[in-house]
Design a protein around this ligand. Structure first.
Ligand code: FES
Ligand code: FES
Length: 176
């Protein structure tokens, strides 16, 4: 990062997975780096670093974004949801579906795929295959050929209970 472009560090406050967080960072530091390096939330992965692969996907105020493209200043006051927010007690049905359907191989794309799946299922509880393709079209996978990932999303949709859906919505709710 070119810190010469950023005069000085500043205090940024936001929430991550429901927890309030304060960091002293340069305003143009990437949200991805702040999550991984300042907060130790290494579940979010870096692939391309250029907004092309979706490995770094998180929800920012409920919207699916590439955290490698978001300056931390843009996240001030926001509600961020990362992969770590999903399994607070036990493996979440979305994670279980990826495991059981073989939707994860090397695993680099997997956290981003799961966050994109969460983003899709929070607004569409039973997506068609076309809607699944569209919902995940910002996320690239070099290993699986996608069929098993799409099967994982469909299985997750089928196995989630109403309670799971309510919990998911509460976890990722937009804060205004
Ligand atoms: S690492 Fe962010 S989109 Fe690829
Ligand atoms: S499982 Fe390897 S890139 Fe998707």
């Amino acid at each position: 990062m070119n810190t010469a472009l950023n005069a000085s560090k500043t205090n940024v406050h936001f929430r991550v997975n429901g927890e309030p967080r304060n960091v002293m960072v340069y305003p143009m530091q990437r949200l991805l780096d702040v999550l991984r390096c300042e907060l130790g939330l290494t579940g979010t992965k870096e692939g391309c670093g250029e907004g092309e692969c979706g490995s770094c996907s998180v929800l920012l105020n409920g919207d699916l974004v590439n955290s490698c493209l978001i300056p931390i200043a843009q996240a001030a006051g926001a509600e961020i949801f990362t992969i770590e927010g999903l399994a607070t007690k036990a493996m979440h049905p979305v994670q279980r579906a990826f495991l059981e359907c073989g939707g994860a191989q090397c695993g680099i794309c997997t956290p981003g795929m799961i966050v994109a799946t969460v983003s899709l299922l929070r607004t569409n509880s039973h997506p068609s295959i076309e809607q699944i393709r569209e919902g995940l079209n910002g996320n690239l996978c070099r290993c699986t050929g996608y069929t098993r990932i799409f099967d994982s999303v469909r299985t997750a949709a089928e196995t989630m209970t109403d309670e799971d859906r309510d919990e998911l919505y509460a976890l990722t709710e937009k804060k205004r």
